[in-house]
Design a binder for this molecule. Structure first.
Ligand code: SAM
Ligand code: SF4
Length: 334
């Protein structure tokens, strides 16, 4: 029996968890240099949560007070059955917002369906507006496809579309203003992300290419005054408004600015591990619980409530230090 008032998920540091990110697949049609190795071995299907298992976990979280779910990956749009999964999750009573992060490569085909399935907002990742550079960063991606995907999302009626760009020195740090101008012309928001040391990537030096949010901000402010806002997603982003425009600029700065004190989120990996922190390995194997008690909500709810005691106070990223997190971002659900 569910309680009348659902218990909230509160961790040992008094933070309320009401935001779940779900990685629906570890697979992707891109191989971004900071996210994956060139040769990837993906998980066998039997180790990946089924759509029904993902639905049950989502429903357990919503019954415990989660209000927002972000679907991510890997690339969420390469997962078979994604639209029906979204439709089911959207109908969970108590869920306020269902959103998605995508690389945009399939949006031409999916934008309309995503709207109809009830996805309210999209984050689309794009690090370069130059075709050859875009191809080098993603190793295989075609810029045109993603630009067309962004237009399809706008035509489908998505509002407040947000672009995500990871800025790397010597790679795309000369495109910061071009990306801002692209967003200004289309009234898109943009978040600049500091690279995080997730997974070992051999042909790419994280510390040499690291570009801090302060450096990116200085580059933007050379042309556009930024107005700090009090808006917050209770997460790692700090937001600014661009003077005389409706667009917002965000900075995700895990290195240069600690973002842990307001953390309200947890992540579910494609294989069903519940990660309590992006920058630590603390986790609970929800797949094992599900497969021991197929179709049952209560053991899941119990494990999720208990997991709150494992949520660490802060992350432990170091660019080239010993605290490297071994899992890649596609495993983590960025
Ligand atoms: N494939 C989708 C995409 O690219 O938007 C969703 C998953 S991807 C892992 C989510 C976000 O994580 C992307 O914006 C990507 O740029 C970012 N990301 C991946 N690896 C990262 C890393 N090592 N440091 C910082 N951001 C990273
Ligand atoms: Fe794929 Fe997204 Fe990782 Fe790029 S960042 S390899 S698009 S999962």
């Amino acid at each position: 029996m569910l309680d009348q008032q659902p218990p909230s998920l509160i961790d040992n540091f008094g933070r309320r968890v009401d935001y779940l990110r779900i990685s629906v697949t570890d697979r992707c049609d891109f191989r971004c240099v900071y996210c994956m190795a060139e040769e990837m071995t993906f998980l066998p299907r039997s180790q990946i949560l089924s759509l029904e298992e993902i639905e049950l976990i989502a429903s357990a979280f919503v019954s415990l007070g989660v209000k927002k779910i972000r679907i991510t990956g890997g690339e969420p749009l390469v997962r078979g059955g994604i639209l029906s999964l979204l439709e089911t999750i959207r109908q969970l009573e108590g869920l306020d917002e269902l959103v998605m992060t995508t690389n945009g490569s399939q949006l031409v085909n999916y934008a309309q369906g995503l709207r109809q399935a009830g996805v309210s907002r999209l984050n689309i990742s794009i690090d370069s507006l130059q075709a050859d550079k875009f191809n080098a960063i993603t190793r295989v991606g075609k810029l045109d496809k993603v630009l067309q995907g962004i237009e399809s999302a706008r035509r489908a009626g998505f509002k407040r579309i947000k672009l995500n760009a990871v800025i790397q020195k010597g790679q795309n740090d000369d495109e910061i203003l071009d990306l801002v101008d692209y967003c200004l012309e289309r009234e898109l928001d943009i978040t600049f992300i500091e690279e995080m040391p997730l997974g070992q990537v051999s042909d790419h030096s994280r510390s040499e290419q690291y570009c801090s949010s302060d450096e990116v901000r200085a580059a933007v402010e050379a042309r556009y005054p930024l107005i700090p806002t009090t808006e917050t997603s209770m997460g790692p982003s700090r937001y600014y408004r661009l003077a005389n425009s409706p667009i917002r600029l965000g900075f995700i700065s895990p290195h240069s600015h600690n973002f842990c004190d307001q953390c309200n989120r947890v992540r579910l990996t494609a294989e069903g591990r519940l990660l309590l922190c992006l920058g630590n390995e603390h986790s609970v194997d929800l797949r094992a619980i599900l497969r021991r008690h197929p179709g049952q909500l209560e053991p899941l709810r119990e494990a999720i409530i208990q997991s709150m005691h494992l949520k660490p106070e802060r992350h432990e990223f170091e660019l080239d230090g010993e605290q490297q997190i071994l899992r890649f971002m596609n495993m983590t659900g960025g």
